[in-house]
Design a protein around this ligand. Sequence first.
Ligand code: KMH
Ligand code: ZN
Length: 274
Amino acid sequence: MSDALLITVAGVGAEVMREQQPHLPLLPEEVGEEYGRAFDAGATIGHVHGRKPDGRPTQDLETFRAYSTAIRARCPILQQFSTGGAVGMGVEERIEALVLKPDMATLTLGTCNFGEDIFENSLPTVRTVLERIRKYGIVPELEIFDDGMLGTADFLFAKGLLSSPAHFDFVLGVPGAAAATPENLLHFARSIPSGCTWTVAGIGRRQTAMATLAIAMGGHVRVGFEDNIFYRKGELADSNARFVERVVRIAREVGREPATLAEARQILHLPAAA
Ligand code: KMH
Ligand code: ZN
């Protein structure tokens, strides 16, 4: 198996606002440039959420079309659309942009607390999202925020609705869901079906520690403003690319290189580029 490291940039998200992170990209050209810089630094997957120009989260088709076009104009990073959107959104709103057939889309495998809110992913919601993902031939990334979601993964694999190889993303450190600890990461990594691959997204100040563990364990890494806005304690990051650059430095120290696009496609079982 290739040792190449997938780095996902989650540069927009649905929760962080400009007031908290002045470099948060909102307009399509800002998003295109931000993802371009992350790609130049070594990211091969761009996890995309939509925002209105005033920062309000949206999953609206036209926003995703504009973001996707701007990103594509700047760089060939693999595009992974969020289907989680923001808490409180209805499922149809969350998945309307999938008609654009991105390379990948997220699929969260259960409901969890999300700070003061509830991130709703009942089985009917999961099935609806998965059906739409399948309809457009998109590769899913299976998002696991909490232990119970691993049980739902087992259930869906047993039913044949999901199959190995698949790619997981462990989102660790959301308040109300699984904590970003080495024990949880090890437990999650051991719990997925054989042949599957995984990424970790460590939330907040645990981002770099989780990334470092994943690099050492043979997993993959997600970084970006969606998950963390500080480069280090008390210092805001001035771009998403800074996080990617740091991950690349750590990876090289332990003998892993950032994946090329061709390697990323191979690891994720995406069709080779035309
Ligand atoms: N914004 C979170 C409530 C995803 O992108 O698929 C959900 C989320 C997951 O970010
Ligand atoms: Zn997201």
